[in-house]
Design a binder for this molecule. Structure first.
Ligand SMILES: Cc1ncc(COP(=O)(O)O)c(C=O)c1O
Length: 492
């Protein structure tokens, strides 16, 4: 007996274009849409694969493949010996409470408070454009040298650079060995490869230090002014931050430790206070270590650019005085390039494993190939040669900037400092540094204002001027522009 030919009435199937490839995928899409639209209802029987194939003029295998895909997705249900049916589930319009194909937007979820907080951070932590006086833009003469490029090409192409499994989240051992060796010689840091954790830079080191050392609601000490990326990390962790003023000797340790004996961690920039520039004096270093020992506290040392000292040897790191109390954070951002996203933590022995675990939690570790390149660059002696070379270039650029400021803007006080990649100038009383930075942006120069780095109690008005990535000509020209901006905003 001749079988009756089934005419299948599913309008969504009209969207299938037989002249295009991927018929099976198109059929699955069309059926999925029909289910979402309510054209096909939960429990409704579908035609057999043979009937649908005949009706549409496709092969039976193509239809079976589409059914199998939808069964796997949970849109269709099949039982042995029975027809395939539409599965019941959240795609049913009455269950979901939404008509998926309609234009109705549905209920907009209430945004958690963290959304606006993180959005504000995206703005606050955004890098400045690559024009003077942006900090940390190693280009031209100060960019990484040919050795870096050659080693990079060779090492990245090797099998070892991209191992087939996950690499050690603590970081490449060869790099940790090279860093321990370098830090011992150059920074008087007591480090062993086992105590080093490779990070994506000091920003991540600060984040990890807050995670490992501080519970929400605990108390930390930070300098005033301070690096805004640190304050954001602490506030984000629900940590109570006491800001301690700095003077010509750095953080006022006595004020900190007398007033806040309950603090668990002090975050400091002892070699080169950020942003003001003074080092932490030896008596203050000893007092800070004494506080840590007496109160069972930790010190987090952010040593972001200490290699770049111009008037003598870099100051030894605080870590060398108390390796059991100090979590030391170093970075390749300043002497190499911030885009490398590589830095390191030297943790006291009892904390090293915890830091490695926290590092694994937030990303499994840093890219392996770049770690291999830096390790080779350090091992073969190029890294320290590079630092010696850029130190000379930066010293000249810094002097050009200071001379230009003295000539063009003698009213501005230059903060005394002899290292790093930026100079801080103080603005005359009553001049709004944020307004100056914003007007400067319109004039094609990039500046960071000092006041947003201060607590509410301390409102210093000043500007941070980076010089590292710019030639003498660019710096002089930019100082002239700054003079014009300032005379428009603060004549006299
Ligand atoms: C004081 C200070 N700490 C930490 C950082 C973050 O550096 P990194 O690029 O290593 O994350 C910066 C960057 O400017 C900084 O100035």
């Amino acid at each position: 007996m001749a079988r009756r030919r089934l005419i299948v009435e599913i309008p969504a199937l009209g969207a299938i274009d037989g002249t295009r490839g991927g018929i099976g995928r198109q059929l699955a899409d069309a059926l999925r849409n029909a289910i979402a639209n309510g054209e096909l209802k939960a429990g409704e029987r579908l035609p057999s694969t043979r009937a649908l194939a005949v009706s549409l003029g496709f092969s039976r295998g193509t239809v079976a493949e589409a059914y199998e895909q939808l069964i796997a997705e949970g849109c269709l249900a099949a039982r042995a010996g029975a027809s395939t049916r539409v599965a019941s589930g959240p795609h049913e319009p009455h269950v979901a409470g939404l008509k998926l194909s309609g234009k109705a937007p549905g209920r907009v979820p209430a945004l958690p408070a963290s959304v606006s907080r993180y959005a504000a951070m995206a703005e606050g932590l955004a890098p400045l454009p690559m024009v003077p006086f942006s900090v940390a833009v190693p280009e031209g003469d100060v960019a990484m040298d040919d050795h870096w490029r050659r080693l990079g090409n060779r090492v990245r192409a090797s099998q070892a650079a991209v191992p087939s499994g996950y690499a050690d989240p603590q970081g490449l051992l060869a790099l940790r060995v090279a860093i321990a060796d370098y830090l011992r010689r150059a920074r008087a840091v007591r480090a062993s490869p086992e105590n080093i954790v490779i990070t994506e830079g000091t920003q991540q080191g600060l984040y990890l230090a807050a995670k490992v050392l501080l519970a929400p609601g605990s108390v930390a000490l930070a300098e005033d002014p301070a690096y805004p990326g640190l304050i954001s990390v602490l506030e984000d962790g629900g940590i109570l931050v006491h800001r301690i003023p700095v003077d010509s000797q750095g953080l006022d340790v006595a004020a900190a430790t007398d007033d806040f004996p309950d603090a668990g961690v002090a975050f400091v920039t002892p070699s080169h206070q950020y942003p003001m520039g003074m080092p932490l004096s030896m008596p203050r270093r000893l007092a800070l270590v004494e506080w840590a020992r007496r109160h069972g506290g930790w010190i987090v040392e952010d040593d972001y650019d200490s290699e770049l000292r111009y008037a003598g040897q870099p100051f030894p790191a605080l870590q060398g005085l108390a390796g059991d109390r100090v979590v030391y954070l170093g970075t390749f951002s300043k002497v190499m390039a911030p885009s490398l996203r590589l830095g390191y933590i030297v943790a006291p022995e009892c904390l090293a494993k915890a830091f490695a675990g926290a590092r694994a939690l937030i990303g499994r570790g840093s890219p392996s190939a770049e770690q291999h390149v830096i390790a080779a660059y350090m091992r073969e002696g190029y890294f320290e040669a590079h630092i010696r070379r850029i130190r000379g270039i930066y010293a000249e650029r810094r002097q050009v900037l200071i001379d230009a400021l003295r000539t063009e803007l003698p009213r501005l006080r230059i903060e005394p400092a002899d290292q790093g990649m930026h100079v801080v100038v103080r603005l005359p009383d009553g001049v709004d540094d944020v307004a100056v930075a914003s007007a400067a942006r319109n004039a094609g120069i990039a500046l960071r204002a000092l006041s947003p780095m201060c607590s509410g109690d301390l409102r210093l008005s000043g500007l941070m001027l980076g010089f590292g990535g710019f030639t003498a000509g660019q710096l002089k020209e930019a100082v002239q522009r700054l003079r014009r901006v300032l005379s428009a905003l603060a004549p006299g």
